[in-house]
Write a protein that binds this ligand. Structure first.
Ligand code: UD1
Ligand code: UDP
Length: 362
C-alpha cells in the first residue's frame, strides 16, 4: 500500500521522523514537502539531522497570505494525488500545509489520516484552530495524543475512528535526547546548565499585534537571567517592520540566535532554568525536560501541562512575567501525560487495521 505524507513546516518535519521510520517497515511512503518553510534552518537541517528520507516532491510554495499559500498547495497536492494514486494521505498538526493536504485528499475521496487530532484552543481567531477543526472533520482516522483530545472530538460529534495513541513528539524526544547530549554542547551557546532561560516567540497572535509584541520584548528585558532566543523569521520580520528591533539590540540580557537544529534545541531545553514560549511543541518539550514553562498565550491546546502545574499561561500585557518566574515553585512530576513514546508504532498498527478491515469488507 502507498501512503502519501504531506509536510511543510518545521514542527511537521520533527513529527514525521519517528512516524516515517515505523511506517516504512510496512508501507511505501511518498513524502510531499509543500515548502511552506524553506530557509535551511527552518527545513533542510531537520531532514539532515533526523535522517528523514528526501522528499519525493518539493512543491516550493513558500510564504504568502493564507488564501494564496493554502490555495497554491491545494492545487499542487491534488496533481500529486492524481499522479501517485495513493491508498491514503497522512497529515500532521494544524498548519496551512495540513489543511491543504486534507482538502485535496477528501475531495478526491482518498482516506485521510490526521496525526495530532482533537486538539482545541477554542479560539477561532487562530489560523491553526481553523485548520485543525476542518481537518478533523474530514479525516478517516484521527490519531489523538490524549483522551482529552478524544473528548474534544466527541463534543463536535466525532465519535468514531478517533484513537488515543500518545504524542509522536514524545517519541521524537525519547529517540533523540541521548544523541543530542552526545553530539552537542552548551559551550556553543556560552551558557551553563540552569543559568539561562530559553525563549521562542512566533505565534501570529503575539507577532501580528504590535502592542503584544512590544509588551513581550519589554518584559523579557526585565528578567534577571540571560535569555537565549532562537528567532523565528516571522518574528524578526515583524519586530523590524514595527520599529521594535531596538528592544533586542539594546538589551543587556536577550541573546538572539538563528533558529537552531532540533538536537540543539533539545539540549537547550533540557538544561534551561525556565522556558518562555508560545510554541505548541516547545510547551510539551518543556514538560518532557521537567523545566518550568511560561506560555505567552491566553489558551493552550496542551491543557495537561497546565493542569499538572508545569506550564503557566501568561498574558504579556496584564501579567508580571518576572514575578511569575521568580515565585514559581516546582510541583511534583506526573509521568507520561503524552503516552509512553510508542505513538508511532500504535499509529502504524491502526493503519494496518484500517486497511485489513477495508479488505475484509470487499
Ligand atoms: C507556521 C504555522 C504555525 C506553526 C509554525 C511553526 C500556519 C498558518 N502557521 O507559522 O502553526 O506553529 O509554522 O514554525 O500554517 N519565513 C521565512 N522563512 C521560512 C519560513 C517563513 O522567512 O523558511 C517568514 C516569511 O516572512 C513568512 C513568515 O515567516 O511570511 C511566516 O511563515 P508561515 O509559514 O506563513 O507561518 P509561520 O508563522 O511560520
Ligand atoms: N525547534 C527547533 N529549533 C528552533 C525552535 C524550535 O528545532 O530554533 C523545534 C522545537 O524543539 C519543537 C518544534 O521545533 O520540536 C516546534 O516548532 P514551532 O515552535 O516552530 O511550531 P509549533 O509547535 O508551535 O507549531
Amino acid at each position: 500500500k502507498k501512503i502519501l505524507t504531506i509536510v511543510g513546516a518545521r514542527p511537521q518535519f520533527i513529527k514525521l521522523a519517528p512516524v516515517s521510520r515505523e511506517l516504512r517497515r510496512s508501507y511505501q511512503e511518498i513524502i510531499v514537502n509543500t515548502g511552506q518553510h524553506y530557509d535551511h534552518n527552518m527545513a533542510g537541517v531537520f531532514f539532515e539531522e533526523l535522517n528523514i528520507p528526501t522528499p519525493d516532491y518539493d512543491l516550493g510554495v513558500g510564504s504568502g497570505s493564507h488564501g494564496k499559500q493554502t490555495g497554491d498547495m491545494l492545487a499542487k497536492i491534488e496533481q500529486v494525488i492524481f499522479d501517485e494514486q495513493p491508498d491514503a494521505v497522512l497529515v500532521y498538526g494544524d498548519t496551512n500545509s495540513t489543511l491543504a493536504g486534507a482538502l485535496a485528499a477528501s475531495k478526491l475521496h482518498i482516506p485521510l489520516f490526521h496525526v495530532e487530532a482533537g486538539l482545541r484552543s477554542y479560539n477561532k481567531l487562530m489560523p491553526e484552530e481553523v485548520n485543525r477543526v476542518l481537518t478533523d472533520h474530514i479525516s478517516s482516522l484521527l490519531f489523538c495524543p490524549t483522551e482529552h483530545a478524544i473528548s474534544n472530538l466527541k463534543k463536535e460529534g466525532i465519535t468514531e475512528n478517533a484513537i488515543a495513541v500518545g504524542d509522536v513528539m514524545y517519541d521524537a524526544v525519547k529517540y533523540n535526547i541521548k544523541i543530542a547530549e552526545k553530539n552537542y554542547s552548551l559551550a556553543k551557546f556560552n551558557v551553563e546548565k540552569g543559568n539561562y532561560i530559553l525563549a521562542t516567540i512566533h505565534r501570529a497572535e503575539n507577532t501580528d499585534d504590535k502592542s503584544r509584541l512590544e509588551a513581550i520584548f519589554k518584559s523579557l528585558n526585565l528578567l534577571a537571567d540571560p535569555i537565549i532566543l532562537p528567532l523565528h523569521p516571522r518574528t524578526e520580520k515583524l519586530l523590524k517592520e514595527n520599529g521594535l528591533y531596538h528592544l533586542i539590540e539594546e538589551s543587556t540580557n536577550i541573546k538572539i540566535i538563528s533558529p537552531v537544529s532540533y538536537l540543539e534545541m533539545l539540549l537547550l531545553e533540557q538544561n534551561a532554568k525556565a522556558i518562555i514560549t508560545d510554541s505548541g511543541g516547545v510547551q510539551k518539550e518543556a514538560y518532557f525536560a521537567k523545566v518550568p514553562c511560561f506560555t505567552l498565550r491566553d489558551q493552550t491546546e496542551w491543557v495537561e501541562t497546565v493542569e499538572v502545574g508545569w506550564n503557566l499561561l501568561v498574558n504579556p500585557i496584564e501579567h508580571d512575567l518576572a514575578h511569575l518566574i521568580t515565585s514559581f515553585k516546582e510541583p511534583s512530576y506526573v509521568e507520561n501525560l503524552y503516552g509512553d513514546g510508542n505513538a508511532s508504532l500504535k499509529i502504524v498498527e491502526h493503519i494496518n487495521h484500517f486497511f485489513s478491515e477495508k479488505e475484509d469488507a470487499k
